[in-house]
Structure formats: structure tokens, C-alpha cells
Design a protein around this ligand. Structure first.
Ligand code: SLL
Length: 215
């Protein structure tokens, strides 16, 4: 076995990342090279939560676009792992991630629905402003029993960890995760309290019913 290919038993190491797309409507002064029926410019991407570079352990990312695009399978070999295009329609993009050879990990695939149009209560307003639409998903690479070499890369070279504090730029952080856990635990306490109150009420009504004499 070559050095570093031994696996570290009973160890799991995770790295957070985000993938998704941003899209903007094309303006009047669009380039003449863009086909007339295209309405939006968009970028599909995969990156660290903080915008961190993942290339110490990600070797390449293959974005598989709709077959209406020429060379619909786009292999990106270095960061930024993204594809920018123009088009008119929304469709599903597969995002396949290949890891560096030292990792000895199988590739993984995620699916992202390309989003061009705003939706929700502010959709009309955003549409009239030509606002940028973003659709992004948080996920984590989970490496079970990583090779020594991958462990070395992840702990020594790559930052790419969840930021401690939340900020307006990065919606994902240890702080927001803890806040979410607090909200869940508050909700749990409230639900337990409601169950207790309603059970008591039910028992009281049952007692009342039992005390009623049949007519
Ligand atoms: C739809 N099912 O009907 C989808 C398909 C395809 C979008 C969307 C490419 C343009 C081109 C493009 O925008 N394809 O041919 O260059 O909405």
C-alpha cells in the first residue's frame, strides 16, 4: 500500500459546501452573440460555505446541462467550479463531484433545479426590478474512515469549515445551527406542554361524563 492510503478506522470527517445557481434577466444592451430567445444569464456553482476553495480535495466537478446546450456535459477541472450560460428555460442540472486520487473516494452526485424566475410574495416586485435570483442548497461531504492522505489534506490544508459566527454574507454558520437547535428545543417544550394541558382537559371531561347519570 502506498503511503497515506491506509484508512483511519472509526473516524468520520465532514466538510460543508453549497451548490446552486444565480440568474439575472438579460438587459436590452445584450451582446448580439446571445440567441434572441434567451432571456436570462445564469451561473451554476459548487463552493465552500464561505466561498472557500475546495480544490485541495475536490479534483473536478461535472455539470450536466439540458441537452439543448452544446457540449452539455461541462467538466470544470479547477476552481471556481461553476458554469455561466444564457438561456430561456429552467431544468435540472446534475452536479457530479470527483475527489482527488489520494482520497480514494467514489464520486458523488447532487441535482439542482436551475431557477431563473423569482417566486413568492415579492416575485412581481423582484421581476420588475430585474433582481438577481439565487437558489442555493447547503450540504456536507461526509468522509467515513478517510485515508490518512485525505485526513492530512482536510485538517492541514483546507479551511472550508463552517464559520463560527453568522454574517449577512454567509447564511450558514455554527451560530445559526445552534440558534436553529434552540428554536427546535423551545418548540418541543411548547408541544409537550400543550399535550399535557390537553390530556388533563380530556381526563376532566371523561370524569364529567362518567358522573352524568343516563336519562
Ligand atoms: C423547459 N424543460 O421547457 C425545460 C427545458 C431547456 C432550456 C429547458 C437552452 C437554450 C439553447 C435553454 O435555455 N434550454 O438552446 O441555447 O422549460
Amino acid at each position: 500500500m502506498s503511503s497515506g492510503s491506509k484508512r483511519l478506522k472509526n473516524l468520520q470527517i465532514c466538510r460543508p459546501f453549497v451548490y446552486g445557481n444565480m440568474a439575472v434577466p438579460l438587459k436590452e444592451d445584450r451582446s448580439p452573440d446571445i440567441p434572441a430567445d434567451h432571456t436570462h444569464s445564469w451561473t451554476v456553482f459548487l463552493k465552500g460555505v464561505n466561498g472557500d476553495d475546495l480544490s485541495s480535495f475536490v479534483k473536478r466537478v461535472v455539470f450536466k446541462l439540458h441537452e439543448t446546450y452544446p457540449n452539455s456535459s461541462r467538466s470544470i477541472e479547477e476552481p471556481p467550479f461553476e458554469v455561466t450560460e444564457t438561456g430561456w428555460g429552467e431544468f435540472e442540472i446534475s452536479v457530479r463531484v470527483y475527489f482527488v486520487p489520494e482520497a480514494s473516494e467514489k464520486n458523488v452526485v447532487m441535482y439542482h433545479h436551475l431557477k431563473l424566475h423569482p417566486y413568492g410574495p415579492e416575485a412581481e416586485q423582484q421581476k420588475s426590478e430585474g433582481a438577481t435570483v439565487t437558489s442555493m442548497q447547503y450540504d456536507e461531504f461526509v468522509f467515513n474512515e478517510p485515508t490518512e492522505a485525505l485526513f492530512e489534506i482536510l485538517t492541514k490544508k483546507s479551511g472550508a469549515v463552517l464559520p463560527q459566527q453568522k454574517s449577512t454574507l454567509v447564511p450558514f454558520s455554527v451560530q445559526s445551527e445552534n440558534e436553529e437547535l434552540d428554536r427546535l428545543s423551545d418548540a418541543h417544550v411548547k408541544v409537550q406542554e400543550n399535550i399535557r394541558r390537553l390530556t388533563e382537559r380530556m381526563h376532566a371531561l371523561e370524569r364529567e361524563k362518567a358522573a352524568l347519570r343516563p336519562l
